[in-house]
Design a protein around this ligand. Structure first.
Ligand code: GDP
Length: 837
């Protein structure tokens, strides 16, 4: 009888060892370690247990057919593409218990017969021949039995994509003849082969042009049919070898198991198949897709290549790395109650900002020397009854953006309704959002100081929307407040804490920190700055953190008052410095022990991210082709959008994507925070997009491409203007309008302080002409930091009206003294131009 260890069995059934051991324990087996041996009887016991725990019944269907369909698109040398559909189908037939019993009986008898025969053999030489025969038969039968005993395992493996590990019991038998070729290509049935061969006629790029794989010669009949009649592209020795073998099985094909995630680079693929990358490149070139060694292949292509080269493909979960990370994070310690995190929602002008400000002023500023210096998107207040954290990003966009990313940052929603105005569209929207997210609502009936305030009307209106006041038998607290005067604010906070108690919010302060990104931006000077809400554990200065696709060591942490802090526990918002980029709001933050791991996962995520971008770019290109080809197609205006802060970027992306109708649409093919770079320009070029800079400028590399390729690059500093322009462009009404022209740019080389004029920037005019009497902007790292006008423009000691490129000058900027070396001063004018997008 065959014996395997727990570990081997786990591999075969593709289950983690721990899980298998757990299942074995549940089945009453005594195994505790991966190295222990599992006998066949124990296997049966396990299967029986799993079957029963999965509720398998006797009246289960007797026959299961599993199908797997993959569709791949191939590029034929011409530039046509064809779809190849590969269907894999397997049928398992289940036998009745009676049959199994009979089989068992037969086995027993035959076993006895075999023993008997062996004994007789020793006794009687004369009967040797007959006995020999019987014994051979018995052995053959035994082998068959073993095959059957193994069946559940192999069946489960074969059926992997559809069947659960435990599905087919020993009673399942694969009613399919074993193929000699199975050794080589276990994932494909002979049926597939046949179908493939048929497809071969339509797949010239693969079968007709592909060179014979060197690593793993195909089996004889494949060669005779698929390759035998074509000789091109192969070495003579190979051909000879193949001919020699004729219809026999090939000797020792080197079949390697190639693990393919969502994506794989050509180099990685080659390495896994133990061939030179050049081989893969050559092969793919002949398939009609020229690739480079570092090119990322998608799963389907890589699978096709590996299978064509005769290897076995194992599709692995792309999240292996993430799973490893999740496992490596130890989350231990005692859970304690934590402060609730609150988002304020409600209709515009109902007093969200006023309420947030009032609470902030009344509770946070108290005792804080210097008061509030900064707005970081969140703050927390201490009350007599406990702490509350507010997400200070009013409006529903932030709430939904986070939710869209799967982050749940909010425990309680304060719904602000103006008592003099009642339930309005955004009030209703807020109710819907909160209900969809399963977040309880506390209603703040605001402006109660106004004479026309009508609390009962609000209660009535909201009750009609299924927000029922407590005193009417519902579960929602209504608190009348005045954000202006401060009436009822304490009661409101109390109501929030009461609601929090019901929720029993818990966290483990002793664990490593995890949390969520509230906001992030690129700070001039400080680099990427992210506001995080620690949701669990404690985040400390010096921790290595992984935040979305970014990572870094927390160089400094600041609280909501801009004060440095060393650590932040559950429900505490902090600003952190030290990340390698600006993460998105809603991205998850985790503290990781090891920098290598953080980098690995971040890079991996970036890779995935990059691919998404690349894929987008590709599709944009495609659609342009369709656009120019088909008149009926929907016209698309592609946009590459860069902005100074994430908030504006997201607002713009959302607003722009919403524009359009049945005939035209807007697609933001690329967007980000920071100046417009060469790669943005390239993306715009590739996707035939218009480049928009919102409070940011293009760097020299980008401008070169814009000029060379005649791209449309526009700068804006008012969100409304972008949206209006895009609207006009979409409706074909973009007429003459005011447009900004950049006249000259001066670079700050030195800064002098003069008691009379303040800061004077010693500049070199690097482009165009700097005029004395035109509006200017100050740029730092291509991001606009100030807009105004010049106080003075001088060459040496003289006041001048303009300075040309290549000359030095002294510039004083009116009411702006924070000029730094490296800043750029941009001089522009507004002109009336006819526009077309
Ligand atoms: P938001 O758009 O929801 O953020 O509303 P704001 O906080 O900007 O408030 C809109 C207007 O209502 C402002 O003019 C406030 O001064 C006023 N307001 C806010 N709360 C109160 C209040 O409790 N009483 C009165 N009388 N006016 C208020």
């Amino acid at each position: 009888m065959t014996q395997v260890t727990v570990k081997e069995l786990a591999q075969v059934v593709d289950t983690p060892v721990e899980r298998l051991l757990q299942q074995m324990r549940e089945a009453g087996l005594s195994h505790t370690s991966a190295e222990q041996v599992v006998t066949d009887n124990e296997k049966q016991a396990l299967l029986a247990h799993l079957k029963s725990s999965h509720g398998e019944r006797l009246e289960e269907p007797r026959k299961i057919t599993l199908q797997r369909k993959t569709t791949t698109t191939l590029k034929v040398a011409g530039s046509k593409t064809i779809s190849v559909e590969v269907r894999k189908k397997k049928t398992y037939v289940k036998r009745s218990p009676a049959e199994i019993e009979a089989e068992k009986q037969r086995e027993l008898e035959e076993q006895r017969a075999a023993e008997e025969a062996a004994r007789l053999k020793a006794e009687e030489e004369a009967k040797r021949q007959a006995e020999e025969e019987a014994r051979r038969q018995a052995e053959a039968q035994k082998a068959r039995e073993e095959e059957i005993a193994k069946a559940p395992v192999s069946a489960a493996v074969e059926a992997e994509p559809v069947a659960p590990v435990v599905a087919p019991a020993p009673v399942v038998e694969e009613r399919k003849k074993e193929e000699p070729r199975r050794v080589e290509k276990p994932a494909r049935s002979d049926e597939d082969e046949r179908r493939d061969r048929k497809h071969a006629q339509h797949r010239p790029s693969l079968k007709d042009k592909a060179p014979a794989p060197r690593v793993a010669p195909r089996s004889a009949d494949d060669e005779s049919e698929g390759f035998g009649r074509r000789g091109g592209g192969r070495g003579k020795a190979k051909l000879k070898k193949r001919n020699q073998h004729g219809f026999q099985s090939p000797t020792g094909p080197i079949v390697r198991e190639v693990s393919i995630g969502e994506t794989i680079t050509v180099a990685e693929l080659a390495q896994q198949m133990a061939v030179k990358a050049a081989e893969v490149i050559k092969f793919m070139f002949k398939m009609g897709s020229p690739v480079t060694i570092n090119q990322v292949l998608d799963r389907e292509t890589a699978q096709l290549v590996a299978e064509e080269l005769g290897h076995k493909v194992k599709l692995v979960s792309d999240n292996a790395l993430e799973e490893q990370l999740a496992e490596s994070l130890k989350f231990e310690g005692e859970a304690q109650s934590r402060a609730p995190v609150v988002t304020v929602m409600g209709h515009v002008d109902h007093g969200k900002t006023s309420l947030l400000d009032y609470i902030r002023r009344a509770k946070v500023a108290a005792g804080e020397a210097g008061g509030i210096t900064q707005h970081i998107g969140a703050y927390h207040v201490e009350t007599d009854r406990g702490m509350i954290t507010f997400l200070d990003t009013p409006g529903h966009a932030a709430f939904t953006a986070m939710r869209a990313r799967g982050a749940k940052a909010t425990d309680i929603v304060i719904l602000v309704v103006a008592a003099d105005d009642g339930v309005m569209p955004q009030t209703e929207e807020a109710v819907q959002h909160a209900k969809a997210a399963g977040v309880p609502i506390v209603v703040a009936v605001n402006k109660i100081d106004k004479p026309e305030a009508d609390l009962d009307r609000i209660k009535n209106d909201l009750a009609a929307r299924d927000v029922i006041p407590e005193e009417w038998g519902g579960d929602t607290q209504f608190v009348p407040v005045s954000a202006k005067v401060g009436t009822g604010v304490d009661e409101l906070l109390e109501a929030v804490l009461l609601q929090a108690e019901v929720l029993e919010l818990k966290a483990t302060p002793t664990a490593p920190g995890r949390g969520v990104v509230v906001e992030s931006r690129l700070d001039k000077g400080r680099g990427p700055v992210a506001t995080l809400l620690v949701q669990d554990g404690t985040l400390r200065q010096g921790d290595m953190v992984l935040v979305g696709v970014n990572y870094g060591r927390v160089r400094a942490m600041l609280d909501e008052n801009g004060k440095p802090v060393k650590e932040a526990g559950p429900s505490i918002p902090v600003e952190i410095l030290g990340l390698d980029g600006t993460p998105d709001a809603g991205d998850e933050m985790t503290v990781v022990a090891d920098e290598k791991k953080a980098r690995e996962v971040a890079l991996f995520r970036q890779g995935k991210f990059r691919e998404v971008k690349l894929a987008r770019q590709h599709s944009a290109k495609l659609e342009n082709i369709f656009e120019t080809m088909g008149q009926d197609e929907k016209k698309t205006l592609n946009i590459v959008l860069k902005a100074d802060v994430r908030g504006s970027l997201e607002a713009l992306q959302g607003a722009l994507s919403d524009l359009g109708n049945d005939e035209v649409q807007v697609r933001v093919v690329g967007g980000g925070v920071g100046g417009i770079t060469e790669s943005d320009a390239n993306l715009a070029l590739a996707s035939n997009a218009v480049l928009f800079g919102f409070n940011v400028r293009a760097d020299a590399g980008a401008r070169k491409i814009v000029e060379q390729e005649g791209l449309d690059l526009r700068y804006y500093n008012v969100i409304y203007d972008i949206i209006e322009d895009v609207k006009k462009a979409l409706s074909g009404m973009l007429g003459s309008d005011v447009r900004e022209n950049i006249l000259g740019i001066a670079e700050v080389r030195d800064v002098f302080r003069s008691p009379k004029f303040g800061a004077i920037a010693g500049c070199m005019v690097v482009e165009g002409i700097v005029h004395r009497n035109r509006p200017i902007r100050v740029l730092r790292d291509d991001v606009v930091i100030f807009e105004g006008e010049l106080e003075s423009l001088r060459r040496f000691k003289d006041d001048v009206s303009e300075v040309r490129a290549g000359m030095e000058c002294g510039i004083g900027v009116k009411s702006y003294n924070d000029v730094k070396v490296g800043d750029k001063i941009e001089v522009f004018e507004k002109v009336q131009v006819a526009r077309s997008l």
